[in-house]
Structures are given as C-alpha cells and as structure tokens.
Design a protein around this ligand. Structure first.
Ligand code: SAJ
Length: 418
C-alpha cells in the first residue's frame, strides 16, 4: 500500500523551492509551517504575499494562508516531517557550502520526539544525506537515526532533490517524477508519502547517494550540452557561419538535438551543481570541467565582441536588452547578462549604456556603481542606441517591431532576430 502523509510539515527555507513546496502541500490540506531566517520573507508569506516572481505562486500562497493551512515563522516548530530547502552554494574552491543545511539540522534536532521524517531537498554532493543523519545522531544521541545498525529507526532521513524549472515551478512541482533516496528503504518509503500528497509523476525510490548523484547528473548533462552549443557558436563565428542555421539543420537528424547557444549559463543550479561532481571525483571529470570553462568564458567573449563593435563609432550609445539569467523571469542570480554589462561598463567608462529589463525597477548592486549605465524602457533604449545587444530572449523583446532596429548595429546573443 502506498502511504500518503498526514500530519504537520515544517519547511526550512522559503525560497524558490521551499515556498512552492509549501503551497503544493498546504493547498491539499496538509498543515505547513514555513520557516525562514529572513524576517521580511516570513512577514510577507504570513501576509499571503510572495517575495519574488514565479507564475501562479502568488495565488497559491494567498490561498493557502487564507485557508489557514500555511503559516510562517523564524523559529523551527515541532512537526511530523521536516523538509530542508536551503541554499547549497559553492565556496571559492568550488566545494559545496553545507553550512545552511547544517544550521537547519541544528534547528530541527531539539524539536525531534522520535518518528519524524527529515528530507533534504537542497542539491547536495554525494554523502550529504548520510552526513545529515550523522549530525542528527550527534545532536540527539537519545534518538536512533536510520543508519544505526540495530533496531527500528526512530528518525527517517532521506533525500528528495528538487527538479523544477524556474518559470514553470508550479506546473513541474506537480507533474515531474520525483526521486526519493533513503538512508534505508523504510526512510525512502516514509519520505515518499509526503510527495504522494501532490505529485502526479512517478515516485522513484532509491538510496540516498544515488538520489544525490542523479540530481547532479541532470544539471551536468544540461551544462555539457549547452557548452557544446556555445562552442559551436564560437566556431561558427570564426568560420563566418550562422550558428542557429547550422544547429537547425543538424537537429533535423532523428538522433541529434543540439541545445541553444547564448551569452553564458546563469542561475544558481546548472553553473553550480557540476562542480559537486568534480569535487567528488576530481581526477575523473575532464569533460565536466571543460564544459564549465566554456560556459563560464562566454560572457567575457560577448563583452569583448561588443567592445570591438563600439570602435566603429565616435561616441556610441549601446542598448543592452535583458539582465535576467533566462527569459521571462526576474531572477538575476549568476546572470551572464549582468556580468557582460558590468564588464563593458568597466572597460569603457565613457560608453553610454542603456539597460532595459522589464522585470526590475532598479539596477542591481553590481551595476548601480557605474555612472555610465542607466535603466530605461526597451523602446527608448533602442531608439537612443547605435548598437543593440540582446542578452535575454524575454517575450517583451521578441514582441518589439523589427523596424525599431533599422540602421542599428545588432548583436543578438540569443538568435531571436536572425
Ligand atoms: N541555457 C542556454 N541554452 C540552452 C538552455 C539554457 O544557454 O539551450 C542557459 C539559460 O539561458 C540559463 C541557463 O542555461 O542561463 C540555465 O537555464 P535552464 O532553463 O536550462 O535551467 P535552470 O537553471 O533554470 O533550471 C535547471 C533545471 N535543470 C534541468 O533542466 C536539467 C531545473 O529542472 C532544475 O530544477 C534547476 O536547474 C535546479 O534547481 O537545479
């Protein structure tokens, strides 16, 4: 019998994953307490508001809060299940920074009574879930975490990596298959009962380390394939070919599906997670490292090429369209577009740079220090510009009339206007 969870869930971390997960559970009648260290986030969620933009999330949060099934607090409560959805960024040496996970475990430990489910959702290097289990054992020697050799476990520790695509989180949260890896099979079975509340996809039970690795493999696979497309774009530029035409033709082969080149790989996942595999097996990962290097070099290449184009003008104005790390979201984290504008503005302090980003109202800190960069609507930025640099394929930019580009030098890093 496939068990379905009943009880109270505490979700530690009300970010891009924690909050949608809270909504998915709470709107299906589960009592959810969202926990976050950021008081502004807790206040916003408590008022039924969302501190960031994600389609369909706002209506879910306001509905769940109005139903009384979602509350928010800065203090971890007692609960039947805990889901850890905190950041796992990398440190300067590319190793995972597990300090937020450790802090979450330290908050959870004193609340445990025995019998709880503890799920790590944060993307983590192999062995992390085992570490969570060990930390709990150290913090609560009176309880019996699942990896103890004898007796029934009093705690059920598992990993269930999040796999949702920013921009489509509320759909993919429900429809994607889920991998649940337990410290023991019983842990996986117990943890799966939580996801069965809202997940319509298949729920695949495995061990914790395989679950950890499968998530890293998904993002490394994508990174390697984007790197291939980005390398093709450099080769095509060198050979004076249109890379999008080349890829379109090649993709007509039944077993070829080349991804799309761009100005680099941004976001907090694909540019980060491959390093966790490199960290686990440094000697065996030349391909994964090379892909990271190619994707990381792309913003610098775009900035260089743009600087070359400005040499044709006496006092040029450049319109840079887009700052988000990908289309139709407001997320600027690790965005190649921000890095490119920053590099150009620093290299040419006299260049007049107009940035258009429909999803933000003020320039991010990385750009606000440049006197030569200002935020402007796309139409007027283009009208004022000699050179138009398209960095993000937002629908808003795609909908602009092509006639606005007449007489301008256009550098389209996304292949929208080819
Ligand atoms: N990109 C390209 N060319 C492409 C595809 C993407 O240049 O053909 C760039 C995007 O512009 C962006 C970056 O790559 O800068 C990443 O974008 P994305 O949409 O591919 O992925 P993310 O980072 O938003 O979300 C990924 C997803 N992973 C996979 O598709 C394997 C998502 O399912 C994960 O849940 C998420 O990482 C995560 O949290 O790990």
């Amino acid at each position: 019998m496939n068990e379905i969870f009943e009880g109270r869930v505490a979700i530690i971390g009300l970010g891009y994953i924690g909050l949608p997960t809270a909504v998915a559970l709470a709107t299906r009648g589960v009592e959810v307490v969202g926990v976050d260290v950021n008081e502004a986030t807790v206040k916003a969620v408590g008022n039924g508001e969302v501190p960031f933009i994600e389609p369909d999330l706002a209506v879910g949060v306001s509905g769940a809060v109005a139903m009384g099934s979602l509350t928010a607090t800065t203090v971890t409560p007692e609960a039947d299940a805990f889901i850890i959805a905190v950041p796992t960024p990398f440190l300067d040496n590319h190793e995972a920074d597990m300090s937020y996970v450790r802090a979450a475990v330290e908050q959870i430990a004193p609340r445990l009574r025995g019998g709880e489910i503890i799920v790590l959702e944060s993307t983590s290097p192999p062995g992390s879930t085992e570490n969570v289990s060990r930390w709990l054992e150290e913090l609560r020697p009176d309880l019996n975490p699942a990896h103890a050799s004898e007796g029934l476990p009093d705690l059920h520790v598992a990993h269930c990596p999040e796999r949702v695509l920013p921009g489509k989180i509320m759909i993919e949260m429900i429809t994607n298959d889920r991998v649940v890896g337990g410290i023991t099979q019983e842990c996986a079975r117990k943890a799966a009962s939580i996801y069965r509340v809202f997940c319509l996809g298949e729920i695949l039970l495995t061990d914790a380390a395989s679950a950890e690795m499968s998530k890293l493999v998904e993002n490394a696979y994508r990174d390697v394939n984007i790197a291939f497309a980005n390398e093709l774009s450099l080769i095509s530029e060198d050979l004076n070919l249109d890379v999008w035409e080349v890829i379109k033709l090649a993709n007509h082969h039944p077993r070829v599906n080349v991804l799309t080149p761009g100005p680099g790989v941004g976001g907090h996942c694909i540019a980060v997670d491959p390093w966790f595999i490199v960290g686990a097996s440094p000697e065996l990962t030349p391909l994964i490292r090379a892909a990271r290097a190619i994707n990381d070099s792309k913003p610098h290449h775009v900035a260089d090429q743009l600087i070359v184009k400005t040499a044709r003008f006496r006092e040029p104005t450049v319109a840079c369209l887009g700052l988000a790390y990908k289309p139709n979201i407001d997320d600027l984290r690790e965005s190649p577009a921000v890095a490119i504008v920053d590099e150009i503005a620093a290299a040419l302090p006299d260049l007049d740079i107009r940035v258009a980003e429909p999803f933000i109202h003020v320039l991010p800190a990385a750009l606000s220090g440049h006197d030569n960069v200002q935020l402007q609507p796309a139409t007027s930025a283009i009208a004022d510009a000699d050179i138009v640099l398209l960095l993000v394929d937002h629908d808003h930019f795609k909908s602009l009339s092509r006639s606005r580009l007449e007489g301008k030098v256009v550098y389209d890093t996304r292949g929208v206007w080819r």
